[in-house]
Design a protein around this ligand. Structure first.
Ligand code: FAD
Ligand code: MLT
Ligand code: ZN
Length: 481
């Protein structure tokens, strides 16, 4: 695999010395100061094994106070840090670029409170998403977000990336569902914005700066989040469409005919299906092969009989009108999970297939698949362009799969993919963030004035630039003063 490296280490940053280690051990205790090579190896490389840093130190604070002490010290010493959660990020944002100190709040994993009437969950940022999902399930509630990485990602990481995922079409983004948060600034200041109010228009809503800022403005330590009740009837259908225009028409039909019970609308093309069937154990296509597109539709409602009738009528109508060529409705929870496994397993299957060039784009839904087709024509037989994603949110995951990394292939893909997206008024980062991968590409989706304002905010909150350097914003704009 090829390793992506950034420009140049910022010479203003110090390097860790034995006094630093002694200080951290003093405030955190021996066990929370990790220097073990194997553990550092894991924390230095990302989920895709594409980015690799060389940090010599990982810190695991157990309280906001400890996070504050760490940052205050690092800021004074000009030691760069990288906040890391479950390390499932897909843009190289969660691993050090050089020798940044890794700070992981995974030991801060307590649930602080849950209020059933309002559905407000308050927890520490290191809680693993799946644990929150299980906790809420016992209370008769669900998380407003769900994603394939739920077993390892942390809620602090989700908030910091403004993760989208599989339920956004129904519950909206974390900008709507996060009611409050606590964050620690670069100089150690604790910002308590951990409100639980649904409505609160008192001045600028500063918490939004931290949602999606990828660890570049502060470390999120606590989160308060609005959770919907768990409804009794959930149905999952796995459908086949022969062309992309049918997928689009099906989306409109689903929105109008299923209306308030629609809770997911996901799609994958035949190449994505081939990959999961080939590379993942016990995954099979529930429909006789082979179709050009597959759509996964989930409905969630409170009336079993009505919901099922509605969904069945929708399926029958879509079949009769030729929008879908085949389909199957899950008969039980196991079959429903097996359909979800196909969609959620694509990222893993791509990794097993070899090298992957990953793009996460927002595009007008009617144009979205044209890009996959144009990309395939550009690449010829050298690589496979695979399309899947959150069709209900106009979010395409375009992945180019090849046996090995090859710079000539990368040169065919970029900047073409960014230019195409920009030309169609899309976004080069729908949900994964910019990280290291796209810090220098921000101008494809943001005006120079907006980028300048972001730089000014970054400098105000983190004047020494110690928080997740080289990521999100072009390093050249940060180092100019
Ligand atoms: P990390 O990967 O550790 O970090 C991500 C970023 O957040 C980094 O910039 C890091 O510095 C920062 N960060 C982490 N914790 C904190 C904190 N406490 N305070 C401040 N900054 C912090 N993303 C989606 O949006 N939708 C999906 O459907 C989706 N599916 C995925 C499926 C798979 C199989 C995988 C591997 C990834 C997927 N992702 C998806 C990408 C990823 O963004 C999410 O997995 C998740 O939000 C990252 O959380 P994490 O705890 O792993 O954060
Ligand atoms: C997904 O929707 O499957 C995730 O965002 C991961 C990916 O894009 O591969
Ligand atoms: Zn996604």
């Amino acid at each position: 695999s090829s390793v992506v490296t950034a420009t140049q280490r910022n010479p203003l940053f110090s390097t860790i010395n034995s006094d630093d280690i002694r200080y951290f051990k003093e405030i955190l205790g021996e066990k929370s100061v990790i220097q073990d090579e194997e553990m550092l190896d894991a924390a230095n490389s990302d989920w895709m094994r594409k980015y690799k840093g060389s940090s010599k130190l990982k810190l695991q604070p157990r309280s906001t106070e400890e996070v504050s002490q760490i940052l205050k010290y690092c800021n004074a010493r000009c030691l760069a840090v990288v906040p890391q959660g479950g390390n499932t990020g897909l843009v190289g944002g969660s691993v050090p670029v050089f020798d940044e100190v890794i700070i992981n709040v995974g030991s801060m994993n307590n649930i602080i409170s849950f209020d059933k009437v309002s559905g407000t969950l308050v927890c520490e940022a290191g809680c693993i998403l799946e644990n929150l999902i299980s906790f809420l399930d016992n209370q008769g509630f669900i998380m407003p977000l769900d994603l394939g990485a739920k077993g390892s990602c942390q809620i602090g990481g989700n908030v910091s990336t403004n993760a989208g995922g599989l339920r956004l079409v129904r519950y909206g983004s974390l900008h709507g569902n996060v009611l409050g948060l606590e964050a620690v600034l670069a100089n150690g200041t604790v910002l308590d914005m951990l409100g639980t109010l649904r409505k609160d228009n008192t001045g600028y809503d500063v918490k939004h700066l931290f949602i999606g800022s990828e660890g570049s403005l502060g470390i999120v330590t606590k989160v308060s989040i609005l959770t919907p009740p768990k409804l009794s009837s959930v149905n999952v259908a796995f459908l086949a469409c022969e062309d992309y225009i049918s997928c689009q028409k099906l989306l409109l039909e689903a929105k109008t005919r299923l209306g308030e019970i629609l809770s997911a609308f996901e799609f994958l093309d035949t190449h994505a299906m081939d990959l999961v069937v080939r590379h993942l154990d016990a995954v099979r296509n529930p429909l006789p092969p082979s179709h050009n597109f597959y759509v996964l539709i989930e409905t969630t409602g409170s009336d079993e009989t009505n919901d099922k009738e509605k969904l069945e009528a929708f399926l029958l109508r879509s079949m009769e009108s030729g929008l879908i060529s085949d389909g199957v409705l899950a008969q039980d929870i196991n079959q429903a999970s097996s359909f979800w496994r196909i969609r959620e397993g694509i990222a893993e299957a791509l990794m097993k297939a070899g090298a992957v060039y990953k793009y996460d784009l927002s595009l007008p839904v009617e144009k979205m698949y044209n890009l996959v087709e144009e990309m395939q024509i550009r690449l010829g037989s050298a690589a496979k362009a695979v399309g899947y994603g959150h069709l209900g949110d106009s979010n395409l995951h375009l992945n180019i799969s090849t046996p090995q990394y090859d710079d000539t292939i990368l040169a065919e893909i970029e900047p073409f993919v960014y230019e195409w997206t920009s030309k169609h008024q899309g976004s080069i980062s729908a949900e994964h963030g910019l990280g290291l991968m796209k810090a220098n590409k921000i101008h494809y989706s943001r005006s120079p004035e907006a980028v300048q304002l972001m730089v000014a905010i970054k400098k105000l909150l983190d004047p020494n630039g110690i928080l997740n350097p080289y990521k999100v914003l072009p390093p050249s704009l940060i180092s100019q003063s």
